[in-house]
Design a protein around this ligand. Structure first.
Ligand SMILES: Nc1nc2c(ncn2[C@@H]2O[C@H](COP(=O)(O)OP(=O)(O)OP(=O)(O)O)[C@@H](O)[C@H]2O)c(=O)[nH]1
Length: 340
């Protein structure tokens, strides 16, 4: 029986994991892909952003799955995905931006399910924020060291010098994994199919860490060092419309410690009634629109993630950004200027 490869997609907050997953799903040309999506916040925004285009999906919300799944690891999740009827060719596990890849690899490689096999780790790097993130979180180097393929993304937001510097830093953490540069995480699906057997850039050198060593190594059990211990998330939901100017001001200058905001917003402004998907990563804001699903209730759902954030302050700022009056169309400029 052919086993279904399970590829783990990891990378720090906002690196482009969901963007890549959506690209793969759009271009899968006949291949059947199952996904496991894990979000840090209580509202599973990532699962909503990939909904509707996937052949089988399991969403594990509210916490990094490296620590929050139970003793069976991901076994129940895989069991529900690999039913022969689903006929999957590939399973992609999108880790939360703060998850520990080593633990995830253990869960997949150590699974008792005879229908799956570990298919490798793809690690996404945000070229714009990488140097700073690495300085803040030296542990990222360990994550990168486990990768079978590194995708250096967001090259449009940096100059070539910065891309070269990021490449050199990645190389110092991982001697052999191929590094590809991308914009909007456009990765060829074929690359994922043979991730763990693809030729490495240092063919002569041994792998930094063999899978057996990895599974035996106790270092990954040191939960204290996990990135998510330093971070909090605040989820905000509102059925009433938002004030575009006030929400834009929040996205541009969020309370101290906030690094990532994602979700969607509802504005009751003539001609601007579509669903506004909003993202911030560091100080970069981006917005795009999509239609509401026919049965979807209008409303705003945002997840705000950061280190040392004051939940009450975040919540109060978002409450203040609700529209308390009829909004003029001019006010939407403050949001639409970030449309990509
Ligand atoms: N300019 C630019 N924006 C990008 C690129 N790739 C992704 N983005 C944007 O970056 C933001 C975050 O992308 P996501 O795909 O949601 O990132 P993620 O890694 O899934 O984020 P988390 O799950 O929160 O860790 C979104 O606004 C994307 O549209 C890129 O290459 N260039």
């Amino acid at each position: 029986m052919k086993r279904i490869p399970v590829v783990i997609v990891a990378g720090f907050l906002g690196a482009g994991k969901t963007t890549m997953l959506n690209h793969l799903l759009r271009t899968r040309s006949g291949l059947r892909i199952g996904v496991v999506v894990n979000d840090f916040g209580a509202v599973n925004i990532d699962a909503m952003l990939v909904a509707g285009q996937v052949d089988g999906a399991v969403s594990l919300g509210n916490g990094c799955m490296c620590c929050t799944v139970d003793d069976d690891g991901l076994d129940a999740t895989f069991a529900s995905l690999v039913k022969p009827r689903a006929g999957l060719d590939l399973i992609v596990v999108e880790a939360s931006g703060l998850a520990e890849p080593r633990n995830l690899i253990r869960m997949v490689a150590g699974s008792d399910n005879p229908r799956i096999e570990y298919g490798g780790l793809l690690y996404l790097v945000d070229a714009r924020n990488y140097a700073e993130t690495r300085q803040q979180h030296p542990r990222i180097d360990q994550h990168l060291g486990l990768a079978d393929l590194v995708v250096l993304n967001k090259t449009d937001l940096t100059d070539s010098g910065e891309v070269d510097r990021a490449r050199a830093l990645i190389r110092s953490a991982n001697a052999g994994a191929p590094i590809i540069t991308t914009r909007d995480a456009v990765v060829d699906l074929a690359l994922l199919a043979d991730l763990d057997t693809a030729p490495r850039d240092d063919d002569a050198a041994p792998r930094q860490l063999g899978l057996d060593e990895l599974l035996a190594d106790d270092e990954g059990d040191d939960h204290c060092g996990h990135l998510h211990h330093d971070y909090q998330s605040v989820s905000f939901t509102a059925a009433a419309p938002m004030n575009p100017r006030a929400l834009a001001a929040f996205l541009e200058q969020p309370p101290p410690g906030v690094f990532r905001i994602k979700g969607f917003a509802y504005f009751e402004v003539p001609r601007y009634r579509r669903k506004y998907v909003v993202h911030t990563v560091g100080n970069y804001v981006s917005v795009h629109t999509q239609p509401w699903a026919p049965d979807e209730s209008r409303g705003t759902q945002l997840v705000v993630i950061g280190a040392g954030i004051d939940e009450a302050e975040v919540r109060a700022a978002l409450e203040k950004a609700r529209a308390d009056d009829v909004m003029d169309t001019q006010s939407m400029l403050s949001i639409t200027r970030y449309e990509r």
